[in-house]
Ligand binder design. Sequence first.
Ligand SMILES: [Zn+2]
Length: 451
Amino acid sequence: MIVIENCAVATVDAARTEYSVGHVVIGDDGRITAVGAGRADAVDRSARLVDGTGCLATPGLVNAHHHLYQWVTRGLAQQSDLFGWLTTLYPVWAGLDAEMVNAAAAAGLGWLALSGCTTSTDHHYVFPPGGDDPLAAEIEAARLVGLRFQPCRGSMDLGRSAGGLPPDSLVERTEAALLATETAIDRYHDPSPGSMLRISVAPCSPFSVTSTLMRESAALARRRGVRLHTHLAETAEEEQYCRATHGCTPVEYAEQLGWLGDDVWLAHGVHLDDPALDRLAATGTAVAHCPSSNARLGAGTARVPELLAAGVPVGLGVDGAASQEAGQLGAELRQALYAARLRGGPAALTARQALALGTVGGAECLGRADEIGSLEVGKLADVALWRLDGLGHAGIDDPVAALVLGPPAPLALLLVGGRTVVEHAELRTADAETLAGQAARAHRRLLALAD
Ligand SMILES: [Zn+2]
């Protein structure tokens, strides 16, 4: 049993209940057994007591979009838009091997943990021919760091010679991609309650995937009861591509392919007109908002307040670190708020709405809102305890405002299923310096191959 007391608590439950001084109690099964105001009662003698004075307890953050392998290709193509950036990076990514992906994923996940993330997805779609298994490599990294993980088996089968953007050497054959995706489900997907590892199906984007692979991927995911993910409506150029190639908008194209539904979450959703927004809402399709990546690539600003008003589930994603070098999910709370207010004025998004995007919104994207994303009795004990009494935050009375509007807050404690991953702002499951060294070496090896 773990008892966290004397802290502010933002539960992010349906009523958005908060306690200015409260407690969270965690049972030995890794689930929350009590949350409320004041002190916890009936504390077990053997319980681990955590004094949360000066801290805010929130649900652990849920990252709804990432490409962990990109951790070893940061800082490149600095002034490019999406298509130029991809065209620069595809040949570099062609040299990826499993060891590099493992190093990148361990570093990226360790860094995510230090910013309050307890569950992350990943979207891996680069499978160089004849290479080893990058999905296994990133799963091993997630086990090491100790985050709850929902990687997507991604895919690309539309090379340049067929009208796509990626080089032909980097795409798979359609049948091979589908077979490998089903194999990944067989091998790794754990649907059980409290699962640490679930697989989703994620052909990459309209300009790198054939309509056949999109349709067949949807059929496969539904036959196997797993979720669907892809990039959609990220840039104006993507919309032009869809109109020129398919005669419709990206959302209309997705709908034709069976790709709208409450088992689908889309990365970005930046360029959405009102009819598109209505179709997402009517079908229960979720959106992973990636405000820093969209800013880095100059892609535009998603209509998050309108999406929320329409009832679309919206989560937050850091996106791959090659288009978002900072890679911290905690910082995306503030970036989401800023992005919304730059478009819609100071009332466009509140600090509490930003926190909800990063917690329960992400849980909805991943289809796990019944187990994670809020602090409630019976839910998994994925808890972030943020220290708000230091130089960067002391004196901001509203703890949620301090967390979202203030600088990235250090973590007093980060628990995943009750297990300590971060304590006193340090990673406990792995050595951060070792992870950094491995990532730097993998980066140098990959760039040497690309020369
Ligand atoms: Zn992405």
